[in-house]
Design a protein around this ligand. Structure first.
Ligand code: ZN
Ligand code: ZN
Length: 264
């Protein structure tokens, strides 16, 4: 049964991803309007009754904006987050729709095995997710200051990886952002740069050379641009003699429009 992935939106103005097979679907983050999420379900031919769960990475508003709305509009949905993240979500969700997971502990929803793993970011207990179905793996890692060894181990087997490429460092340094904000973004608990994303992909390919779909996501509106992100990542790969386009397919998860529906 094919496993499908679609980014409904990705970036500092809102994140939401859809993962599904023929029987069941789940959402990761709800940082765009409930209306847009429902439109995304229609556009991807996903019956609302299939969407039984929403997984939350962390409590920042670009990831949780519409949790309350979605809980109302999809009364059959369960919303999963760890305890510290729930404490940080200042939005009402009926207790019967709240579910708790432990960071680092696998759990199951329908045909999917979910593994939430810890990532360094300035939130209460932020996580990335790997979603496994049969022998396929989809991983989502954004809002991450750096790729630790533990994160690398979680994503090295991914068939599809949505990886943050937040900013071009030189553009960020020249931007009008105040010093403390630049410092925060560049720090180990901030956001991943285009070069760091490229370096991570080099290492993934060197470790396990297999067909992969990579989507660069959570691009900054101010300090990045899809063409810049793509160019920097490609250059970083080519410096290490890795030619993108063969085993490693690169795409961008845009901030304001849906991606293709990828099948892994
Ligand atoms: Zn974010
Ligand atoms: Zn964040």
């Amino acid at each position: 049964m094919p496993l499908k992935f679609c980014s409904l939106a990705s970036g500092s103005s809102g994140n939401c991803y859809l993962i599904k097979n023929q029987r069941s679907a789940l959402l990761v983050d709800a940082g765009i309007s409930g209306k847009k999420i429902l439109e995304g379900l229609t556009a991807t031919d996903t019956p609302e009754s299939h969407v039984k769960s929403l997984l939350i990475t962390h409590e920042h508003i670009d990831h949780v904006k519409s949790v309350s709305v979605l809980a109302k509009k999809l009364p059959g949905i369960s919303i999963y987050a760890n305890e510290a993240t729930w404490e940080g979500i200042k939005k009402p969700v009926p207790p019967q729709q709240q579910r708790f997971f432990q960071t680092g502990e696998d759990f199951y929803i329908d045909d999917f095995m979910i593994r939430p793993f810890s990532i360094p970011h300035d939130a209460a207990d932020p996580v990335g997710f790997s979603i496994y179905c049969e022998d396929r793996q989809i991983s989502i890692v954004t809002d991450v200051g750096c790729i630790t060894e533990a994160i690398f181990d979680e994503i090295v087997g991914a068939d599809l990886l949505l990886l943050e490429a937040n900013h071009e460092k030189e553009i960020l340094l020249m931007s009008r952002y105040p010093y403390h904000l630049k410092h925060r973004i560049l720090g180990d608990k901030g956001h991943l740069s285009n070069v760091s994303a490229g370096e991570c992909l080099c290492r993934l390919t060197r470790t396990i050379d297999k067909p992969r779909q990579i989507l660069l996501g959570h691009l900054s509106h101010e300090n990045n641009d899809p063409a810049v992100a793509m160019l920097t990542v490609k250059n970083t790969l080519m410096e290490k003699n890795i030619i993108p386009g063969g085993q490693l397919k690169l795409g961008i998860a845009m901030r304001d429009c849906m991606s293709y529906i990828y099948e892994v």
